[in-house]
Design a protein around this ligand. Structure first.
Ligand code: DX5
Ligand code: ZN
Length: 216
């Protein structure tokens, strides 16, 4: 099975987001990763539903929304209406996790949980039946362009083993510092999808950059 690639538009040119999303699709991307930061859960602030809605007409790629926010449950409807296909929030957010995951699925969307580098894999155990994807952070959330934390590799495998024990499929998505030099070991550790911001959008050729992540 080929790994899926989800370019993160956090590293794209924000003055031309529609063109950047379309270029990522033409270059062979599988999903578009959208990093929503609220300035509270993480120190940085990015964009919200109006920007996502504006992007919707520029690409057919599934929108993989990564909510780095303190109150995901209150915001779900806004992101569904904006065109999100996958909604992932953080297990560290102070929210009713099961109710939020169930509501995402009730909207007909894929439900995901993300965890910071220091959060142990077994934090996810009680939520596994409600998950369609797990977004394993390999950098501290908040900023693009950071270096991949090698210690995360064993956690990816641990989480992949947990997912394989379920009777429904769960995508294992790895986010942060993914580059051609480390992509293969992340895939070998158990990732099914790679998020990549800088290594795609800061390159001269998005097609080559995406192919380089899929290759050994
Ligand atoms: C960080 C974001 C990542 C980031 C990845 O908080 O969740 O999606 O954009 O960017 P790179 O690939 O540059 O680390
Ligand atoms: Zn992200």
């Amino acid at each position: 099975m080929t790994v899926k690639i989800a370019p993160s538009i956090l590293a794209a040119d924000f003055a031309h987001l529609g063109a950047e999303a379309a270029a990522a699709e033409r270059a062979g991307a599988d999903w578009l990763h959208l990093d929503v930061m609220d300035g509270h859960f993480v120190p940085n602030l990015t964009f919200g539903p109006p920007v996502i809605q504006s992007l919707r007409s520029h690409t057919k790629l599934p929108f993989d929304v990564h909510l780095m926010v303190t109150n995901p449950h209150d915001l779900l409807e806004d992101y569904v209406d904006a065109g999100a296909d996958h909604i992932t929030f953080h297990v560290e957010a102070q929210t009713d996790t099961v109710a939020t995951l169930q509501d995402i699925r009730n909207y007909g969307k894929k439900a995901g949980l993300s965890l910071r580098p220091a959060t142990p894999a077994d934090t996810l155990q009680n939520f596994m039946p409600y998950l369609d994807l797990i977004l394993v952070m390999s950098v501290e959330p908040g900023f693009g362009g950071q270096a991949f934390e090698e210690e995360i590799l064993h956690k990816i495998t641990e989480i992949r083993d947990m997912a394989d024990q379920q009777d429904h499929p769960i995508e294992i998505v790895v986010d942060g510092g993914v580059k051609p030099e480390n992509a293969q070991k992340i895939i070998e550790a158990g990732a099914t999808t790679l998020v990549a911001g800088s290594s795609i959008f800061k390159s001269d050729n998005y097609t080559t950059a995406i192919e380089a992540l899929r290759d050994e």
